[in-house]
Design a protein. Structure first.
Length: 200
């Protein structure tokens, strides 16, 4: 039995923090897991910037409400789910992701949660488990599933490498150069064909 494990941001939807950086006029918030492999370091830095500018969950959610899935993402996911089970493994947060899940036809999402003060300030976050993507892939494998994974960032590499088949999608030149052994695709049709072939 197979199950597909997909990253969310950069693969199915635009990067939320990049969209918020553009909307807020704070270019420092464009930094993502494509740039910084240490997620705790990245999030501490982001929360510090939000505090400096007096921004909180409401402002970020207002921007998220304007974000649509990447062109072709919903059709890709719908077609994939006709053939096998798929889950989205993301380091984003429930408070960010729910409007996007509706636009993607409600796929299964496993992610994290934010700590939010009564005034809407984001005061912290809870990771679902350490190395959440790799941990989840290992757990699925322990349940008898063969995993097939795709992602675009440093924090996707472990789940990709641990899977029966793994792919990079719209990743950076640096990650492709560092991992020439991983097939890399730019178009949903090509990724879909590779996944379906791996199902055989």
């Amino acid at each position: 039995m197979n199950i597909i494990c997909l990253d969310m941001e950069g693969v199915l939807v635009p990067e939320i923090w990049i969209a918020f950086a553009q909307a807020s006029g704070i270019p420092e918030l464009r930094r993502t897991t494509r740039d910084e492999p240490d997620y705790d370091k990245l999030m501490a830095w982001r929360l510090g910037i939000l505090r400096e500018h007096g921004l909180g969950l409401r402002e970020i959610q207002d921007v998220i409400s304007t974000i649509d899935p990447l062109p072709g993402a919903r059709d890709f996911l719908d077609e994939l789910r006709r053939h096998t089970q798929a889950v989205i493994l993301s380091d984003t947060f429930e408070q960010f992701a729910m409007p996007l899940m509706e636009k993607l036809n409600w796929p299964t999402l496993m992610c994290n949660s934010l700590e939010v003060a009564p005034d809407g300030a984001i005061t912290g976050y809870h990771m679902r488990c350490p190395q959440s993507k790799l941990t989840t892939v290992r757990a699925l494998q322990s349940m008898g599933y063969d995993t097939i994974a795709a992602g675009d960032s440093f924090n996707d590499l472990a789940m990709i490498q641990a899977s029966k088949a793994g792919f990079l999608f719209r990743t950076t030149a640096q990650i492709k150069a560092d991992h020439p052994e991983l097939p890399a695709f730019e178009e949903f049709d090509d990724l879909l064909r590779a996944i379906l072939k791996a199902l055989d």
